[in-house]
Design a protein around this ligand. Structure first.
Ligand SMILES: [Ca+2]
Ligand SMILES: [Ca+2]
Ligand SMILES: [Ca+2]
Length: 298
C-alpha cells in the first residue's frame, strides 16, 4: 500500500516536473523527488538467516536479486522447495549453507526444484528426497558450488527440461539409490533427456550411486565435464554402473570430457552408449572398472 502511494506520488511529481518545471522552485522538492526515485527504483538486497521451513520458504518465495539467504543447521522439508524467482546477470540470488533433509516429503517429490535463473547455490547438503535431490530445469545461468546430494531416491543433481548455462562446480553426489527400481535410475549427476545448452560440470565427484556416476542419456546438446571423479557407481542390482555414460543410441552429440578420473565402477569407465558424436575425451583415464575403461567412444 505504502509502495502504491509512493508510486502515485512519483507519477504526480514526474508529471509536475514535466509540465510545470518553471514553477518547481524549492530544493526541498528536489530532495524529496530524489528520495522517492531511489526508493522506487532500487530494491534493497536483504541478508537473511533462516532456521525453519516456513522462514526458508518465505525468503525464497520473495527473493530478489542480490539477496543472501543463509540456512542455519538442518531444515526438514515437508514438500519440494522451488526456486522460482530470478536474479540478474549482475546480481544473483544467493542461497548458502545448511542441510535440507527431504525425508518427510511425499513420495515422488524432488527435494529442490530450480525453475528460476541466476541463483548461486553454495555450501549446502540436500539429502533423503523421495526422488531427485535437486533438479535444474526451465531457467538457466545457475551456479552450484559445494552442493552435496546424498541418499536421494533418484539422481542426486539433475539438469533437464530446458535447463541451460548451469555451472556445477566442486559438487559431490553419493549414495543416491532408487530402491523401488533396484537402482536402475539414480545417477550421481544427470544431464539428460531434455536439458538445454552450455551445461558444465567441473571438479565434481560422484560415488556409490546405484546407477551411473554421470549420465547424459538422450541429452541433445554438448555437455562439458572436466576434472571430475566417478567411482564405485552401479551399486543397485539393476544399476548400469558406468562412471560416465555419455549419450545414447540414435544421437550424435559431441560432448567434451576432459581430465576426468573413472575408477572401480561396476561397468565401463566411459561409455558412449551408442552416441555416434565425437566425444573429446582428452586427459581422461581411470582404473578398476569391471568392464574396462572406454566403450563406444568415437
Ligand atoms: Ca524419478
Ligand atoms: Ca540405468
Ligand atoms: Ca543412468
Amino acid at each position: 500500500m505504502k509502495k502504491q502511494i509512493k508510486l502515485v506520488l512519483l507519477c504526480f511529481i514526474f508529471a509536475f516536473v514535466g509540465c510545470e518545471k518553471d514553477e518547481l522552485q524549492t530544493t526541498e522538492s528536489d530532495s524529496t523527488l530524489e528520495e522517492i526515485k531511489k526508493e522506487s527504483f532500487s530494491s534493497t538486497a536483504r541478508s537473511i538467516s533462516v532456521n525453519s521451513e516456513s522462514a526458508l520458504r518465505s525468503a525464497v518465495s520473495s527473493a530478489n536479486p542480490g539477496d543472501v539467504i543463509t540456512i542455519s543447521g538442518t531444515i526438514n522439508l515437508t514438500r519440494t522447495l522451488e526456486f522460482a524467482r530470478s536474479g540478474t546477470s549482475s546480481s544473483k540470488i544467493n542461497i548458502t549453507g545448511g542441510t535440507l533433509n527431504c525425508s518427510g516429503q511425499p513420495s515422488g517429490s524432488w527435494g529442490v526444484k530450480v525453475n528460476g535463473s541466476y541463483w548461486n547455490i553454495t555450501n549446502m547438503t540436500i539429502k533423503n528426497a523421495p526422488d531427485c535431490g535437486i533438479v535444474f530445469q526451465n531457467g538457466g545461468h545457475n551456479f552450484a558450488y559445494k552442493v552435496t546430494t546424498s541418499y536421494n531416491g533418484d539422481s542426486g543433481l539433475q539438469i533437464y527440461n530446458g535447463g541451460h548455462d548451469n555451472y556445477i562446480y566442486q559438487c559431490y553426489s553419493n549414495d543416491n539409490y532408487d530402491s523401488q527400481n533396484g537402482g536402475e535410475n539414480a545417477d550421481g549427476f544427470a544431464c539428460k533427456l531434455s536439458a538445454g545448452r552450455n551445461n558444465v560440470f567441473e571438479g565434481c565427484t560422484a560415488h556409490h550411486n546405484s546407477d551411473d556416476g554421470w549420465d547424459l542419456y538422450g541429452q541433445p546438446y554438448t555437455v562439458t565435464i572436466k576434472n571430475c571423479i566417478a567411482s564405485n557407481n552401479g551399486y543397485g542390482s539393476n544399476g548400469d554402473g558406468n562412471g560416465f555414460k555419455l549419450g545414447s543410441a540414435g544421437q550424435s552429440v559431441p560432448h567434451t570430457v576432459t581430465n576426468n578420473n573413472s575408477k572401480n565402477n561396476k561397468a565401463w569407465g566411459y561409455d558412449g552408449n551408442g552416441n555416434t558424436g565425437h566425444i573429446t575425451i582428452t586427459g581422461s583415464g581411470g582404473s578398476g572398472n569391471t568392464k574396462g575403461l572406454f566403450a563406444r567412444i568415437y
